[in-house]
Design a protein around this ligand. Structure first.
Ligand code: TRP
Ligand code: ZN
Length: 500
């Protein structure tokens, strides 16, 4: 569906409190009472497991509670995300022991029902669950593939806010996708780091694992005193909130809405450098084995944020930084507010990689995709940021880079940039390079003046929201006053070299 939502509605739903829900709070309370009265009927209906639990009662109070769907309709990841609710907040309480690699955790999720729910799913592929509670009462659950199917004692009326608490323990494992490689929970020599794009969040916490449902996050992480813990956002002052039996607990908070795949914790031996850039904390950390890259990572992060804020507009988060560790995944990830660099392949020592991951803070993180097929809106933009950075720092012009790549033949043009298929989600040619070329072709057509207004306008209009390619086409047409369907159609939805 290529319909745009108003930024306000997107924000409200990202925060988990839809405008609709806010408007019906008194009704939701009534509905709660109603549900409590009818708990027996509902529970009976549910335990026999019909697709629809019809609640009997006074005609005026009759309501039909149905299960939330097991996915949100992303064709690349049909089971990812779930229907029937919007998450507002995740509170992840994690205890990790690097020696045994055992995680014991409680995830508390605050959500708002968007339909009358008899039951709902979370995505979860992590270790053994020992308890699930909804609104503080034990709930029945089953696991089926990546779905954690939860049946609360009473139905959840549309508009009502509810909490789900899932406790689990064991050794989390990375997800190893044939086409996409390793993602999710990655154990390291002295700890663990998570990087979960596109669907690895479920390896370590129960999630509504779709980029459409952003939420705020709190992390409470307990680990041995000799290791350091970082996460998205900022550490809560005074940082360490508890010390017990050789373990410390730290609290970090991400207070801007975040997609589940961008949630990150890093546990291990880290040297941390703290500074300030553009008025926000710059917190970088590196594995001591990567000491040579440390200063470079910190300084280049500050430099990139300053330059990008000029080109893309106000930085969207309340802190920045980066984490370099030896992960062996051979990619870096734009985890929100603080990217992770796989130092094993020297990525934190390459200014263009740092520019790329930080450009994602605007394009990918703050302005997020609704569907994975639109991944070029992330990778094409971050790659074009590299081209622009080179152009404006004495390197080759974007035009020169474009011309070089335009000469490519054959398979370079094979995959469709605007709908690559799951296996080609991170195809370097089709998504990264041709995504950037699409933007350059647009720049040439609409001119520099409009193009360099379009980039910050796109970031500003959709700040902390989610978008589709059509939204971008619409904005580009609005600002340029030109019909751009032909250009985008040729560059995004056809295999083969577009004519110039
Ligand atoms: N988004 C990452 C980047 O900035 C790349 C990435 C994430 C990736 N997950 C991946 C690449 C899985 C390959 C496989 O470039
Ligand atoms: Zn990228």
């Amino acid at each position: 569906m290529l319909r745009r939502r108003s930024p306000l509605a997107a924000l409200a739903s990202a925060a988990g409190f839809s405008l609709l829900a806010a408007a019906v709070i008194p009704t939701a309370a009534d509905a709660d009472a109603l549900t409590t009265r009818q708990t027996t009927a509902l529970t009976t209906g549910l335990t026999t497991g019909p697709a629809t639990a019809l609640i009997t009662g006074p005609a005026s109070a009759r309501a039909t509670f149905t299960p939330g769907s097991a996915g949100v309709g992303d064709p690349y990841f049909p089971k990812a995300g779930n229907g029937g609710y919007d998450v507002g907040h995740y509170d992840l309480n994690l205890r990790f022991d690097p020696k045994s690699r055992r995680l014991s955790a409680t995830a508390t999720i605050t959500a708002a029902a968007t339909q009358d729910l008899s039951r709902f799913d979370l995505d979860f592929s992590g270790p053994k669950i020992h308890k699930v509670e909804v609104n503080g009462r034990k709930a029945a659950y089953t696991r089926k593939g990546q779905e954690l199917i939860i049946t609360p004692k009473s139905g959840l009326p549309s508009g009502a806010t509810f909490t789900v608490e899932v406790s689990y323990a064991g050794k989390p494992k990375a997800i190893n996708d044939e086409a996409l490689g390793l993602e999710g929970w990655i154990n390291t020599k002295d700890g663990a780091v998570v990087l979960s794009e596109p669907d690895g969040a479920r390896s370590w916490f129960p999630a509504n694992d779709t980029p459409r449902d952003k939420a705020t996050f709190t992390f409470h992480v307990t680990a041995p005193v000799n290791v350091t813990v970082l996460a998205n956002g900022e550490p809560k002052n005074p940082g360490i909130v508890g010390v017990r039996n050789g373990y410390t607990t730290v609290k970090w908070e991400m207070t801007q809405p975040m997609a589940t795949y961008l949630a990150m914790v890093a546990i291990g031996k880290f040297k941390v450098t703290e500074g300030v850039v553009n008025g926000v904390p710059n917190i970088t950390a590196y594995d001591p084995a990567l000491a040579k890259q440390a200063k470079y990572l910190h300084r280049t992060t500050a430099k990139a944020i300053k330059w990008e804020s000029k080109v893309f507009g106000a930085y969207p988060f309340s802190s920045t930084g980066g984490i370099a560790d030896k992960l062996g995944v051979a990619y870096s990830l734009e985890t929100q507010g603080r990217p992770v660099y796989d130092g094993g392949s020297e990525m934190a020592g390459d200014d263009l990689v740092i520019v790329h991951e930080l450009a994602h803070q605007w394009f990918g993180d703050s302005v997020g995709v609704r569907s994975w097929k639109d991944i070029w809106l992330n990778e094409g933009f971050a790659t074009y940021a590299e081209w622009l950075y080179e152009e404006q720092h004495g390197g080759s012009s974007a035009q020169k880079t474009f011309a070089r790549d335009y000469k490519q033949k054959g398979r370079f043009w094979k995959v469709k940039t605007g709908d690559p298929g799951k296996a080609e989600l991170f195809n370097g040619d089709a998504i990264y390079t041709r995504g950037a070329m699409t933007l350059h072709a647009l720049r040439k057509k609409i001119g520099d003046e409009t193009f360099f207004k379009l980039l910050p306008a796109w970031a500003e209009e959709n700040r902390h929201g989610t978008v589709t390619t059509q939204d971008f086409v619409d904005l580009a047409e609005k600002l340029s006053g030109q019909d751009l369907d032909g250009l985008f159609d040729a560059w995004l939805y056809h295999a083969g070299k577009p004519a110039l």
